[in-house]
Design a protein. Structure first.
Length: 406
């Protein structure tokens, strides 16, 4: 282990910001499909509107990541969180599917904080510390995914009306504003002006094309996260329809189910990801995560009761809990001070594209092919994706650079 002190205070603050931000996003998740039905939208229209958020994130994340390389992580985190606050206020007062989709698109454009957050972790940790730190921030995502959907479902109840959606929108705006305030008050800049100047001097041609030409493994990383997150998004955007049509679940039931998924993922990422990565390697952990993801989706496709549905969700969440911190560590290992934000933005953009493509097709698949088809197709995609994960796991790592500055 490195003798460099572990940056507990900064990571703790970033954990809080990430948790609050993801809780704000998760509050909307179990309610949106039901509200879309209230405004007479079809399942296909609803899932496309949900995916608009990720389209915005796909377009905005690489730009936000590059801006964080140039101007620092802290201002990007604050600006994106304030933008998210505005988007939730617009969402609260939307009364048709087009406005709902536009609000989600704007919210996605403002969602540069994920790439900046992981770049921040890369800035302040040594290679030895990084798996544990990435798992800690991943645990914040999981906790946000526990409390956000659970709160959203409880606020809306199992028989929501438009006034409940206003409440949910304002709750999301409030927690995003709180995260922005926490970033402003508590989070110091991780990429100092001196480090930014050194990085700029060493990489005068800092562009996405240049980075991808210099590091072709980034293409494989982007493909991997696109496929994994795309399959997960197909599940997330159709679970409410499937559980309601098959087992009579409402928003509060769906919210609690998503909360259970987040709890399992959080336990893995916060407690087990670091030790497992040190023992088996991040590459092996990513491969195993994809395999569990595939198995969980297959179980969802075969679920015959609410209990077996929850079992499938549990297995799937184990897969994602193993995969996410391992993937972020693998991506960070391919970066330096000069391109960390850009690379994290590219991989986050690919992840967002998965959240565009998955919802874009899942509603139509659900309505036209069958209620179980999104899960079955996702399981098949994940089985094939194991090969991509193996390719990434075996890719050479560049020699460690002087990336950690106490």
């Amino acid at each position: 282990m490195s003798s460099t002190p572990y940056p507990q205070r900064q990571l703790g603050t970033l954990f809080l910001i990430t948790f609050i931000n993801l809780a704000g996003f998760g509050v909307v998740l179990p309610v949106f499909p039901f509200f879309g039905t209230l405004v007479h939208a079809t399942p296909g229209q609803i899932t496309v509107a949900m995916g608009a958020y990720s389209l915005g994130q796909f377009l905005g994340a690489p730009l936000w990541g590059k801006l964080s390389d140039r101007y620092g992580r802290r201002p990007v985190l604050i600006a994106s969180l304030l933008g998210a606050t505005v988007s939730y206020l617009i969402l609260a007062h939307s009364r048709d599917i087009v406005t709902l989709g536009a609000a989600r698109l704007f919210g996605g454009l403002m969602a540069g904080n994920v790439a900046a957050a992981f770049a921040y972790v890369g800035d302040i940790t040594s290679p030895e510390q990084r798996p544990k730190a990435m798992g800690m921030i991943g645990a914040a995502f999981g906790l946000g995914f526990i409390f956000g959907p659970a709160i959203g479902g409880l606020l809306a109840g199992n028989h929501p009306d438009p006034s409940d959606f206003i409440t949910v929108g304002y709750a999301s705006a409030a927690v995003s504003a709180l995260a922005a305030l926490a970033a402003w008050l508590l989070l110091p800049e991780s990429l100092t002006p001196e480090r930014r100047a050194q990085a700029h001097a060493s990489r005068s041609d800092l562009s996405a094309g240049a980075v991808l030409r210099a590091k072709p493994v980034i293409w494989a990383l982007m493909a991997l996260t696109l496929l994994v997150i795309g399959a997960a998004a197909m599940m997330e955007t159709t679970l409410a329809f499937f559980s309601h049509d098959s087992f009579g679940w409402g928003p509060s039931d769906v919210g609690l189910a998503f909360g259970a998924v987040g709890l399992i993922s959080t336990i893995l990422q916060g407690g087990a990801a670091g030790p497992l990565a040190r023992r088996f390697g991040s590459g092996a952990l990513a491969v195993v995560g994809v395999a569990f993801h595939a198995l969980g989706l297959a179980m969802l496709a075969l679920a015959g009761s609410g209990l077996t549905l929850m079992a499938g969700l549990a297995v799937m969440s184990i897969g994602l809990g193993l995969f996410n911190p391992a993937f972020q560590t693998l991506a960070s290992e391919q970066t330096s001070d000069g391109d960390r934000g850009l690379v994290m933005g590219l991989t986050q953009g690919a992840s967002s594209l998965g959240r565009v493509v998955g919802p874009a097709v899942s509603g139509s698949i659900y309505a036209e092919i069958g209620h179980r088809a999104p899960f079955a197709i996702g399981a098949l995609i994940m089985a094939l994706t194991i090969g991509v994960a193996l390719l990434v796991a075996r890719a050479p790592r560049p020699a460690p650079q002087d990336r950690h500055h106490a």
